[in-house]
Design a protein around this ligand. Sequence first.
Ligand code: DON
Length: 321
Amino acid sequence: STDTPKTDLYKKDIPTPETFQQVLKEAYETFKGVNEGKNADYIPFLAKADPNLFGIVIATVDGKVYEIGDSKYPFSMQSVSKVFTFAHVLQTLGSTAVEEKIGVNATGLPFNSLIAIELNETRSVNPLVNAGAITTVSFVPGNTPEDRWNQIIGTMSDFAGRPLSVQEEVYRSESETNLRNRGIVQLLDSYKKLGSDPLESLDLYTRQCSIEVTARDLALMSATLANGGVNPITSKRVLAQNYVPKVLAVMLTNGLYEDSGTWAYQVGLPAKSGVSGGIIAVVPGKFAIATYSPPLDQAGNSFRGQKAIEYITSKLGVNIF
Ligand code: DON
């Protein structure tokens, strides 16, 4: 079947520790002083983050972690969370159901676009923009919101290899100001696109965006994808291997919103960003890179983070194309 994974890809040609340490240092020193972009301001809590924070972490499929800068600073996952709930729903509902009920095509539009919902005849979007991510959350199976929340936080924790929890202040800040997302769920509900109650789904989505991580956590979460679905430290299988290419494909086509095409062209790695300033990028079979730096460009992607990942990718020659 087309789902058959290329198992021989895994754990081959991983750069040496010295190479990783050197390239991390270079990327950090090169972009530390770059002061472009600005913090997200539509979520009040995020506007207050120190714009100088900057951390880069590489985690390999054989469980080694290399880090520099503010790699242990806690922040909320925001849109990076979308990848892992997508993975969970893919695994519980299956690939065809995700394609039909949520959609996997690129929107080419901003992450919070309402037009994207209107433009698609079947009103599916994709799991990595707000409309599709809320739809994804609405399809997490379970009888109560608590049931579904436990699966979401459990999935995130398994990917990270440690128990994660919510940053309550971010959750409150975002719940009070998420008027646009309330518009999105009403529109989705009017098209009967949601698998469960609209406001309950929005609340779970907002909570998942508020989950606290460090760049190190994000590196291990994405290294689990690089490692075919097995966490490289705990050795727990978190995602069946045949779903990993599906997740990475949607990351490649939608991970950086309307800039996803430019990103694929310039960097050539599946990646995902979040408005708090995190980015993950996956080199299948080898390693993953996670960055944290709050100032964002026009599309909502961390400015320094993109630069650092582009630098590391080109130095190590790991563009997948
Ligand atoms: O729903 C929102 O707007 C935020 N919780 C997450 C958006 C996000 O991270 C988009 N990233 N660039």
